[in-house]
Ligand binder design. Structure first.
Ligand code: PMP
Length: 283
Protein backbone atom coordinates (compact mmCIF):
# COMPACT_ATOMS: atom_id res chain seq x y z
CA UNK A 1 0.00 0.00 0.00
CA UNK A 2 1.45 3.36 -1.05
CA UNK A 3 0.37 6.93 -0.48
CA UNK A 4 0.23 8.92 -3.75
CA UNK A 5 -1.09 12.43 -4.10
CA UNK A 6 -3.79 12.06 -1.47
CA UNK A 7 -4.77 8.44 -2.22
CA UNK A 8 -3.93 5.02 -0.86
CA UNK A 9 -3.02 2.83 -3.81
CA UNK A 10 -1.96 -0.79 -4.25
CA UNK A 11 1.53 -1.52 -5.45
CA UNK A 12 1.55 -1.66 -9.27
CA UNK A 13 -1.31 0.82 -9.72
CA UNK A 14 0.99 3.79 -9.61
CA UNK A 15 1.00 6.08 -12.64
CA UNK A 16 3.56 8.86 -12.91
CA UNK A 17 2.33 11.78 -14.92
CA UNK A 18 4.64 12.24 -17.96
CA UNK A 19 5.16 15.87 -17.04
CA UNK A 20 5.75 15.41 -13.33
CA UNK A 21 8.72 17.68 -12.63
CA UNK A 22 10.19 15.19 -10.17
CA UNK A 23 10.30 12.73 -13.06
CA UNK A 24 11.47 15.19 -15.73
CA UNK A 25 13.95 17.33 -13.77
CA UNK A 26 14.53 15.64 -10.43
CA UNK A 27 12.67 18.75 -9.20
CA UNK A 28 11.63 17.69 -5.75
CA UNK A 29 12.83 16.55 -2.35
CA UNK A 30 12.73 13.40 -0.26
CA UNK A 31 13.51 11.76 3.05
CA UNK A 32 14.38 8.20 4.05
CA UNK A 33 13.37 7.41 7.61
CA UNK A 34 14.48 4.39 9.63
CA UNK A 35 11.84 2.26 11.29
CA UNK A 36 13.16 0.21 14.20
CA UNK A 37 10.80 -2.32 15.73
CA UNK A 38 7.84 -0.73 13.95
CA UNK A 39 8.62 2.80 15.18
CA UNK A 40 10.12 5.75 13.32
CA UNK A 41 13.53 6.92 14.44
CA UNK A 42 14.20 10.71 14.50
CA UNK A 43 11.03 11.57 12.57
CA UNK A 44 11.10 15.15 13.86
CA UNK A 45 14.62 15.64 12.53
CA UNK A 46 13.61 14.32 9.12
CA UNK A 47 10.56 16.61 9.05
CA UNK A 48 12.69 19.63 9.91
CA UNK A 49 15.14 18.77 7.15
CA UNK A 50 12.29 18.19 4.66
CA UNK A 51 10.81 21.65 5.31
CA UNK A 52 14.28 23.18 5.04
CA UNK A 53 14.93 21.43 1.69
CA UNK A 54 11.53 22.70 0.49
CA UNK A 55 12.36 26.29 1.45
CA UNK A 56 15.75 26.10 -0.25
CA UNK A 57 14.21 24.98 -3.57
CA UNK A 58 11.41 27.58 -3.29
CA UNK A 59 8.69 25.00 -2.80
CA UNK A 60 5.78 25.85 -0.50
CA UNK A 61 4.63 22.68 1.19
CA UNK A 62 0.83 22.65 1.49
CA UNK A 63 0.95 20.07 4.32
CA UNK A 64 1.35 20.83 8.00
CA UNK A 65 3.88 18.66 9.89
CA UNK A 66 1.01 16.86 11.68
CA UNK A 67 -0.49 15.86 8.32
CA UNK A 68 2.80 14.37 7.15
CA UNK A 69 3.16 12.56 10.49
CA UNK A 70 -0.31 11.12 10.05
CA UNK A 71 0.54 9.83 6.56
CA UNK A 72 3.71 8.19 7.91
CA UNK A 73 1.87 6.55 10.82
CA UNK A 74 -0.90 5.32 8.52
CA UNK A 75 1.67 3.83 6.15
CA UNK A 76 3.14 1.81 9.02
CA UNK A 77 -0.31 0.66 10.07
CA UNK A 78 -1.67 -0.16 6.61
CA UNK A 79 1.43 -2.18 5.80
CA UNK A 80 1.03 -4.14 9.04
CA UNK A 81 4.47 -3.36 10.44
CA UNK A 82 4.77 -4.69 13.97
CA UNK A 83 7.22 -4.22 16.82
CA UNK A 84 9.22 -7.07 15.25
CA UNK A 85 9.86 -5.18 12.01
CA UNK A 86 12.82 -3.08 10.94
CA UNK A 87 11.94 -1.11 7.83
CA UNK A 88 12.49 2.13 5.99
CA UNK A 89 10.03 4.78 4.96
CA UNK A 90 10.57 6.71 1.73
CA UNK A 91 8.73 10.01 1.29
CA UNK A 92 9.15 12.22 -1.74
CA UNK A 93 7.58 15.45 -2.82
CA UNK A 94 7.76 16.46 -6.44
CA UNK A 95 7.15 20.09 -7.33
CA UNK A 96 4.17 18.84 -9.34
CA UNK A 97 2.92 18.52 -12.88
CA UNK A 98 2.96 21.25 -15.54
CA UNK A 99 3.95 21.72 -19.20
CA UNK A 100 7.71 21.31 -19.37
CA UNK A 101 9.50 24.62 -18.89
CA UNK A 102 12.53 25.21 -16.65
CA UNK A 103 11.19 28.10 -14.56
CA UNK A 104 8.72 27.29 -11.82
CA UNK A 105 5.13 27.42 -13.13
CA UNK A 106 2.83 29.49 -10.93
CA UNK A 107 0.02 27.71 -9.14
CA UNK A 108 1.68 24.29 -9.46
CA UNK A 109 0.59 21.77 -6.83
CA UNK A 110 3.21 19.50 -5.21
CA UNK A 111 2.74 15.74 -5.49
CA UNK A 112 3.55 13.56 -2.49
CA UNK A 113 4.40 9.86 -2.64
CA UNK A 114 5.42 7.61 0.22
CA UNK A 115 5.96 3.93 0.89
CA UNK A 116 7.55 1.60 3.44
CA UNK A 117 9.74 -1.45 2.84
CA UNK A 118 10.87 -4.02 5.35
CA UNK A 119 14.62 -3.66 5.66
CA UNK A 120 16.97 -5.55 7.92
CA UNK A 121 19.75 -3.67 9.71
CA UNK A 122 23.24 -4.20 8.20
CA UNK A 123 24.52 -5.86 11.38
CA UNK A 124 26.93 -8.33 9.73
CA UNK A 125 28.50 -5.62 7.55
CA UNK A 126 28.88 -3.39 10.61
CA UNK A 127 31.08 -6.05 12.21
CA UNK A 128 33.26 -6.39 9.10
CA UNK A 129 33.39 -2.88 7.62
CA UNK A 130 33.46 -1.82 3.99
CA UNK A 131 36.17 -0.99 1.47
CA UNK A 132 36.18 2.51 0.01
CA UNK A 133 37.58 4.33 -2.99
CA UNK A 134 38.42 8.01 -3.41
CA UNK A 135 36.34 9.66 -6.12
CA UNK A 136 36.18 13.23 -7.36
CA UNK A 137 33.06 14.92 -5.92
CA UNK A 138 31.33 15.72 -9.22
CA UNK A 139 28.04 16.73 -7.57
CA UNK A 140 26.66 20.26 -7.48
CA UNK A 141 27.24 23.05 -4.91
CA UNK A 142 24.09 22.51 -2.82
CA UNK A 143 24.60 19.03 -1.39
CA UNK A 144 22.82 20.24 1.78
CA UNK A 145 19.48 19.97 -0.07
CA UNK A 146 17.97 16.48 -0.10
CA UNK A 147 16.89 16.69 -3.72
CA UNK A 148 15.53 13.95 -5.97
CA UNK A 149 18.25 14.81 -8.44
CA UNK A 150 20.76 12.13 -7.47
CA UNK A 151 22.61 11.40 -10.68
CA UNK A 152 25.93 12.63 -9.27
CA UNK A 153 25.49 10.30 -6.28
CA UNK A 154 24.54 7.41 -8.57
CA UNK A 155 27.65 7.92 -10.71
CA UNK A 156 30.18 8.21 -7.87
CA UNK A 157 28.75 5.13 -6.16
CA UNK A 158 28.98 3.17 -9.40
CA UNK A 159 32.59 4.29 -10.02
CA UNK A 160 33.45 2.74 -6.65
CA UNK A 161 31.49 -0.44 -7.38
CA UNK A 162 33.10 -0.80 -10.82
CA UNK A 163 36.50 -0.62 -9.15
CA UNK A 164 35.52 -3.36 -6.68
CA UNK A 165 35.02 -1.06 -3.65
CA UNK A 166 31.84 -0.89 -1.58
CA UNK A 167 31.63 2.89 -1.16
CA UNK A 168 33.08 6.07 -2.60
CA UNK A 169 34.70 8.76 -0.46
CA UNK A 170 34.27 12.08 -2.23
CA UNK A 171 36.75 14.95 -2.39
CA UNK A 172 36.75 18.40 -3.94
CA UNK A 173 40.31 19.29 -4.98
CA UNK A 174 41.65 17.05 -2.22
CA UNK A 175 39.25 18.19 0.52
CA UNK A 176 37.10 15.31 1.76
CA UNK A 177 33.36 16.04 1.78
CA UNK A 178 31.28 12.90 2.41
CA UNK A 179 30.35 9.59 0.74
CA UNK A 180 27.85 8.91 -2.06
CA UNK A 181 24.92 8.53 0.33
CA UNK A 182 26.38 9.01 3.79
CA UNK A 183 28.52 11.33 5.90
CA UNK A 184 32.15 10.53 6.62
CA UNK A 185 34.10 10.67 9.88
CA UNK A 186 37.81 10.17 10.56
CA UNK A 187 39.16 9.17 13.97
CA UNK A 188 42.58 10.51 14.99
CA UNK A 189 44.05 10.15 18.48
CA UNK A 190 40.61 9.36 19.89
CA UNK A 191 38.85 12.43 18.43
CA UNK A 192 36.31 12.59 15.58
CA UNK A 193 36.71 14.78 12.50
CA UNK A 194 33.98 15.45 9.95
CA UNK A 195 33.22 18.07 7.31
CA UNK A 196 31.16 21.00 8.67
CA UNK A 197 27.44 20.96 7.87
CA UNK A 198 27.59 23.58 5.12
CA UNK A 199 26.53 23.53 1.43
CA UNK A 200 28.97 20.76 0.48
CA UNK A 201 27.43 17.92 2.50
CA UNK A 202 24.03 16.65 3.50
CA UNK A 203 23.24 17.49 7.11
CA UNK A 204 22.78 13.86 8.05
CA UNK A 205 20.44 12.89 10.85
CA UNK A 206 22.77 10.02 11.81
CA UNK A 207 25.78 12.37 11.60
CA UNK A 208 24.16 14.60 14.22
CA UNK A 209 23.15 11.65 16.43
CA UNK A 210 26.75 10.41 16.38
CA UNK A 211 28.14 13.87 17.17
CA UNK A 212 25.74 14.20 20.12
CA UNK A 213 26.48 10.70 21.41
CA UNK A 214 30.22 11.21 21.10
CA UNK A 215 30.14 14.51 22.98
CA UNK A 216 27.90 13.09 25.72
CA UNK A 217 30.43 10.31 26.18
CA UNK A 218 33.58 12.40 26.33
CA UNK A 219 34.75 11.89 22.73
CA UNK A 220 35.91 15.17 21.16
CA UNK A 221 34.34 16.13 17.83
CA UNK A 222 35.87 18.55 15.33
CA UNK A 223 33.55 19.71 12.56
CA UNK A 224 36.46 20.67 10.32
CA UNK A 225 37.28 19.83 6.72
CA UNK A 226 40.33 17.61 6.19
CA UNK A 227 42.32 16.45 3.19
CA UNK A 228 43.32 13.17 1.56
CA UNK A 229 46.60 12.94 3.48
CA UNK A 230 44.78 13.22 6.82
CA UNK A 231 42.21 10.68 5.62
CA UNK A 232 44.85 8.08 4.74
CA UNK A 233 46.64 8.56 8.06
CA UNK A 234 43.48 8.30 10.15
CA UNK A 235 43.34 5.67 12.89
CA UNK A 236 39.81 4.75 11.82
CA UNK A 237 37.26 5.87 9.25
CA UNK A 238 33.52 5.40 9.28
CA UNK A 239 30.41 6.59 7.49
CA UNK A 240 26.97 7.33 8.91
CA UNK A 241 23.53 7.10 7.35
CA UNK A 242 19.96 6.16 8.12
CA UNK A 243 20.31 2.74 6.50
CA UNK A 244 24.05 1.98 6.97
CA UNK A 245 24.06 3.36 10.57
CA UNK A 246 27.73 3.48 11.67
CA UNK A 247 29.82 1.61 9.12
CA UNK A 248 33.56 1.24 9.42
CA UNK A 249 35.63 1.87 6.26
CA UNK A 250 38.60 -0.45 6.62
CA UNK A 251 40.47 0.42 3.44
CA UNK A 252 40.78 3.26 0.93
CA UNK A 253 41.97 2.56 -2.61
CA UNK A 254 43.18 -0.85 -1.44
CA UNK A 255 45.32 0.52 1.44
CA UNK A 256 44.26 -0.49 4.95
CA UNK A 257 43.18 2.22 7.40
CA UNK A 258 44.77 1.65 10.82
CA UNK A 259 45.18 -2.11 11.13
CA UNK A 260 42.53 -2.74 8.45
CA UNK A 261 39.88 -3.89 10.93
CA UNK A 262 36.89 -2.32 12.63
CA UNK A 263 38.54 -0.13 15.29
CA UNK A 264 37.77 0.50 18.97
CA UNK A 265 36.19 3.94 18.52
CA UNK A 266 33.79 2.65 15.86
CA UNK A 267 32.88 -0.32 18.07
CA UNK A 268 32.25 2.01 20.99
CA UNK A 269 30.06 4.34 18.88
CA UNK A 270 28.14 1.38 17.46
CA UNK A 271 27.44 0.19 21.00
CA UNK A 272 26.34 3.67 22.10
CA UNK A 273 24.12 3.98 19.03
CA UNK A 274 22.55 0.59 19.71
CA UNK A 275 21.64 1.66 23.23
CA UNK A 276 20.38 5.03 21.94
CA UNK A 277 18.03 3.52 19.33
CA UNK A 278 16.67 1.05 21.84
CA UNK A 279 15.95 3.91 24.21
CA UNK A 280 14.38 6.07 21.47
CA UNK A 281 12.03 3.45 20.04
CA UNK A 282 10.94 2.08 23.37
CA UNK A 283 9.37 5.36 24.43
N1 PMP B 1 25.05 12.29 2.74
C1 PMP B 1 24.35 12.00 1.63
C2 PMP B 1 24.84 12.48 0.32
C3 PMP B 1 23.16 11.23 1.73
O1 PMP B 1 22.45 10.94 0.64
C4 PMP B 1 22.73 10.79 3.01
C5 PMP B 1 21.44 10.06 3.19
N2 PMP B 1 21.32 8.86 2.55
C6 PMP B 1 23.53 11.09 4.13
C7 PMP B 1 24.67 11.87 3.96
C8 PMP B 1 23.16 10.61 5.50
O2 PMP B 1 22.04 11.25 5.99
P1 PMP B 1 21.09 10.54 7.07
O3 PMP B 1 21.96 10.19 8.23
O4 PMP B 1 20.10 11.59 7.39
O5 PMP B 1 20.52 9.33 6.42
Amino acid sequence: MLYVDGNWVEEGQLAVHPEDRGYNFGDGIYEVVRIYKGKMYQWEGHLTRLYRSAREIMLDLPWRPEELSEIALQLIEKNNLTDQDDASLYLQISRGTAPRVHDIPSGIKPVIMAFVRKKARPLEDMKKGWSAMLVDDIRWQRCDIKTLNLLGAVMVKQYAKNAGAQESILHRNGTITECSSSNLFAVKNGALYTHPADYMVLHGITRQSVIDLAKENGIAVHEEAFDITFLKQADELFLTSTTAEIMSLISVDGHPIGDGQVGPVVKKLQALFEQHINESVLV
